[in-house]
Each structure stands twice: as structure tokens, then as C-alpha cells.
Design a protein. Structure first.
Length: 79
């Protein structure tokens, strides 16, 4: 594959991961403000990601696993 095309794909994948991570952070903060418990917020965010990456779309990207969601929710609820 052309090196330029490969670099474009890698940049696009990184931007996509950053977009999903930012969305998770924003949703976690919203769920905290709405009075969700940490456990319920984590479950809801996991369910949202599972829906985003259901059949045919492949696995979740690196950095969006359950442990990453737990860290994002913990940070949002620590404020």
C-alpha cells in the first residue's frame, strides 16, 4: 500500500478514536449531572458502544474497552 495512503488511514483512525473518546467523556459528565450512579453510567456507555460496533462493524477500536470506559467514568464522577 502507498505510504501516503497508509498515513492517511492511520490519522483517520486516530481522529475516530479521539471522537469516540470525547463523546464518552461528555456523556459520562452528562450522566453524572443527571444523577446516574457510576455503575449505571458505565453500563450505559458500554451499551452505547456495543450498539455503535454491533454486527458487521468490527470490534471496538483500541482505547475504547471496558477498562477505558471505567477510567473515563471515574474521572467524570471525581469532579
Amino acid at each position: 500500500m502507498n505510504d501516503e495512503v497508509r498515513a492517511d488511514r492511520e490519522r483517520a483512525a486516530e481522529r475516530r478514536r479521539a471522537m469516540f473518546r470525547s463523546e464518552l467523556e461528555q456523556r459520562a459528565a452528562l450522566l453524572r449531572r443527571l444523577g446516574y450512579t457510576r455503575a449505571r453510567a458505565e453500563a450505559r456507555l458500554r451499551a452505547n458502544l456495543d450498539w455503535d460496533f454491533e454486527v458487521g462493524t468490527g470490534p471496538r477500536p483500541e482505547g475504547l474497552g471496558d477498562a477505558d470506559i471505567a477510567r473515563i467514568v471515574k474521572a467524570a464522577f471525581a469532579r
